[in-house]
Design a protein around this ligand. Structure first.
Ligand code: NCD
Length: 305
């Protein structure tokens, strides 16, 4: 049985296959509308979420399946002290596949070790968020037509931003990709991510604190929110939260075919005036996330259409 805990669980060939299925769903959604008839997805979200949970649930409904949902640690048996292992065993009796978000790094791995159904990591603490990366990859594929030879700027909270960690791993596997890591000193990409993804593969990267200086060279700009919930004190958060704000003024210096991405939710990082710029891709990214989750559910449930 296969789970998706880390984007590294998928080979480049498997990513290509998921993207091909997602593109086919976009072209002909009716072909897939009963593909998961009689199957149930459990969504276990022990951390706030709008997009990811609804995206999984919409994905399962659009495949003709059903959804069982736990939203919030306070409304589930976790509040009574149940372990992740026991929760996983119990949910395995009800559902065919589960998606879990948890504030603790590694929680979905523990669930997978104790589950008899596929487990999808829907975000674990400041660690990984592989299905956001699937959304990001479909966006890049449709907007840029390639993954190779891109200069990718990642900006904001690169320390706690789990979407960034997974995206670096995924893109570092392609030829000619270069990263520009734009963050305050305190919020740099953790060294374990750099060691595993960038240094072992000799992927070129620069680290800077200056967004305006980096902007003209970028093909992709991936903005992120400062992850308030993972800060140890409010003062640091308040000091760092508005480090970067993308505005139409700043975008004047960028390439005409730049692709501006953001996993959302946005707080202040992108001025709403940027939304009408044709380079703003973050709402398309939301839609693409649903199609990639549909493709992933089909793959993990081994449903052939
Ligand atoms: C992201 C997350 O949960 O890590 N959101 C999402 O799933 N789209 C990004 C964030 O919360 O900042």
């Amino acid at each position: 049985m296969k789970h998706l805990l880390d984007i590294k669980d998928l080979s480049v060939a498997e990513l290509d296959e998921l993207i091909a299925v997602a593109n086919d769903i976009i072209a002909d959604p009716r072909k897939y509308s009963e593909a998961c008839h009689g199957k149930k997805l459990a969504t276990l979200f022990f951390e706030p979420s709008t997009r990811t949970r609804l995206s999984f649930e919409a994905a399962m409904y659009e495949l003709g399946g059903n959804v069982l949902s736990v939203a919030g640690a306070n409304t589930s048996s976790a509040a009574k002290g149940e372990s992740i292992a026991d929760t996983a065993r119990v949910v395995s009796c009800y559902a065919d596949i589960m998606a879990m978000r948890h504030p603790k790094e590694g929680a979905p791995l523990v669930a997978a070790m104790n589950s008899s159904i596929p487990v999808i990591n829907a975000g674990d603490g400041g660690h990984n968020h592989p299905t956001q990366t699937l959304a990001d990859l479909l966006t890049i594929s449709r907007e840029k037509g390639r993954f190779d030879h891109l200069t990718v700027g990642l900006c904001g909270d690169l320390k706690f931003g789990r979407t960034v960690h997974s995206l670096i791993h995924a893109l570092s596997r392609y030829e000619g990709v270069k990263f520009v890591l734009i963050s305050p000193e305190e919020l740099k990409v953790p060294s374990y991510v750099k060691a595993e993804a960038l240094k072992t593969r000799n992927v070129p990267y620069e680290q800077t604190t200056d967004l305006s200086e980096a902007l003209p060279s970028l093909d992709i700009l991936y903005m992120t929110r400062v992850q308030r919930e993972r800060f140890f004190n409010e003062e640091d958060y308040l000091r760092l939260k508005d480090s970067y704000i993308l505005t139409p003024e700043k975008l004047k210096a960028a390439k005409a075919d730049l692709c501006v991405m953001h996993p959302l939710p946005r707080v202040n990082e992108i001025s709403v005036a940027v939304d009408s710029d044709p380079r703003a891709c973050y709402f398309k990214q939301v839609l693409y996330g649903k199609y990639m989750r549909m493709a992933l559910i089909l793959k993990l449930l081994e449903v052939k259409v």
